[in-house]
Design a protein around this ligand. Structure first.
Ligand code: SF4
Ligand code: SF4
Length: 518
């Protein structure tokens, strides 16, 4: 067993609700009649209690992004723990988000001390910018591919394992030794599974959440060790594919699940584990950190779809530089490919051309860009992406990019298209930079420079995180973070004490309205 102080990760579990029902979930999702949602005061206490911890503090669930106050929690976390690290934020478009993530997860402790564990839901997409700006370490798994989860819901006594043998196995338990202690709304626990068991079976709660609780040694774990008696993680046990959504439960566990009125049990999503048929020689004791998945790129397959632009409002911005035939060509070509929602122009002639073609016009003569942007948002009810095309058509292949790459809603993407001014701008109305409004005709002024991204290519393959790039980023992290750690140790750098606040304002839910679906 390990002191939490020596762990690489300690989790703050903000909910045990999850839209999924994976087999043998370590949080026993599906068995709670009432999942918990941590309150903000407890969360603040939990974050403050972790000051001084050298490893990663993870925000976890269940599925943490579905907590109704996720944004508020993460903003607080960002400002009060770890430090900002824009090098891990996904600002450039990527055709394989999982590779972007994998570049940063190598060696858990080489990061900004902030972690997120998630199955990547539509709520992740909603909070994409905040998540990238906050978490230097993300462990994602959408569980759409094979992911083998160990049987947990068996007691060692049912298997006839004697005390002396059991204590040796228990003390080497892979979850406690390789992963995490945790904080739930009911206190702090020496092991994340003990915390989940306490929440599931209405246990007595954990230790008081107070500064330094995590300095306890194994000799101090005391009563909490009783939870191990309910758990088979330390034993050689069979595994089951997570997306079968069936739990293997022993008779003792079955009885306990009846007592708590388990919804998953009622639905019949359990398989009776027969202790008499147990053959330990057919299984291994786990001693690696992620035993459930060999090909790490399989962590996000269906989840990638959730992160692609969900809807795009296409606006042609036609200036006085265009004559009538040029304006007509752009309107007609964009209409022909169903990529025109609004024409924005100060030229009455262009507006009339648009209306004659059945396209809505936004007249800008004598008006400022803030007012115009506000009008477009109001009239379109846009909640997601806007493509603004100035006097030009996107190059061939560009629209395919929008269907195949993950873009950060917090960034402004732009490119020239054939003349000396910006031709295309692609932005999301949910960007924190736009919360206070912005000048549509000078959008870049509203964004911090690192979030203004030039799109230099049209082919999707140019936005792949290659193996070489991945290795380079991992190597850089292995140098950067130990150097920082040493600089802090000898007093050249102050200890991390939180990052920059994000602008105020909630992120509206990205639902498609009149925008062109991509
Ligand atoms: S995604 Fe699956 S394993 Fe993760 S918390 Fe949800 S049900 Fe459990
Ligand atoms: S046996 Fe279960 S409760 Fe005990 S340390 Fe291992 S995972 Fe935690």
């Amino acid at each position: 067993m390990k002191s939490p102080a020596d762990m690489r990760v300690i989790q703050i579990e903000i909910t045990n609700a999850c839209p999924k029902r994976c087999s043998n979930c370590t949080r026993f999702c599906g068995h709670h009649t009432e999942p918990f949602f941590m309150d903000f005061e407890t969360f603040k206490t939990a974050v403050q209690s972790m000051k001084g911890f050298k490893g990663v503090v993870g925000i976890m669930g269940g599925e943490p992004t579905i907590h109704p106050e996720f944004e508020k929690f993460v903003k607080y976390f960002k400002e009060n723990f770890g430090e900002d690290d824009p090098s891990t934020a996904c600002y450039k478009p990527t055709s394989s988000f999982v590779n972007h993530i994998l570049a940063d997860v190598y060696n858990v402790v080489c990061c900004n001390q902030r972690g997120l564990w998630t199955s990547v839901t539509p709520r992740y997409y909603q909070h994409f910018e905040l998540i990238q700006d906050t978490f230097g370490y993300q462990l994602v798994n959408d569980h759409s591919q094979t992911s083998m989860h160990e049987t947990l819901m068996v007691t060692r006594k049912e298997l006839g394992i004697p005390d002396d043998e059991w204590v040796k196995l228990r003390d080497k338990c892979w979850i406690q030794n390789l992963w995490s202690a945790s904080i739930t709304p009911k206190g702090a626990f020496f092991c994340e599974i003990a915390g989940a068991l306490d929440a599931t079976f209405n246990g007595p709660g954990g230790w008081k959440i107070e500064p330094g609780w995590w300095n306890r040694k194994p000799a101090d774990f005391g009563e909490q060790l009783k939870w191990c008696e309910m758990c088979s993680a330390a034993l050689p046990m069979p595994k089951r594919n997570a997306n079968e959504e069936v739990d293997d439960v022993s008779p003792v566990w079955h009885e306990k699940l009846v007592q708590i009125d388990s919804p998953k049990l009622k639905k019949g999503l359990v398989n009776e584990f027969d202790p008499k048929a147990y053959k330990p020689e057919e299984h291994d004791v786990i001693n690696e950190r992620t035993p459930y998945m060999k090909d790490q790129t399989q962590r996000l397959v269906k989840g990638q779809q959730v992160l692609l632009p969900q809807s795009v409002l296409s606006d042609a911005w036609l200036t006085g530089r265009l004559d009538e035939s040029g304006a007509t060509r752009i309107i007609s070509d964009l209409k022909g490919i169903e990529r025109l929602d609004f024409v924005v122009s100060e030229e009455e002639a262009h507006c009339k051309l648009a209306e004659a073609a059945g396209v809505q016009a936004v007249r800008t003569a004598g008006r400022g860009g803030r007012e115009v942007l506000a009008e477009i948002r109001e009239r379109s009810k846009c909640r997601d992406w806007v493509l603004l095309m100035r006097d030009s058509l996107p190059p061939g292949g560009f629209f395919h990019l929008l269907k195949a790459c993950v873009f950060n809603p917090g960034c402004l993407y732009w490119r020239y298209t054939g003349n000396d001014s910006v031709g295309l701008q692609f932005f999301n109305v949910r960007a924190f930079s736009l919360k206070q409004g912005a000048d549509l005709f000078d959008l870049a002024a509203a964004y911090p420079s690192q979030k203004v991204i030039s799109l230099e290519h049209d082919n999707v393959s140019a936005y792949r995180v290659t193996l070489a790039r991945n290795i380079y980023r991992r190597a850089l992290k292995r140098i950067k973070w130990p150097l920082k750690w040493m600089a802090r140790k000898i007093g050249l750098l102050p200890p991390p004490s939180g990052g920059a606040p994000m602008p105020e304002g909630g992120a509206p839910t990205p639902t498609a309205t009149v925008a062109t679906a991509v």
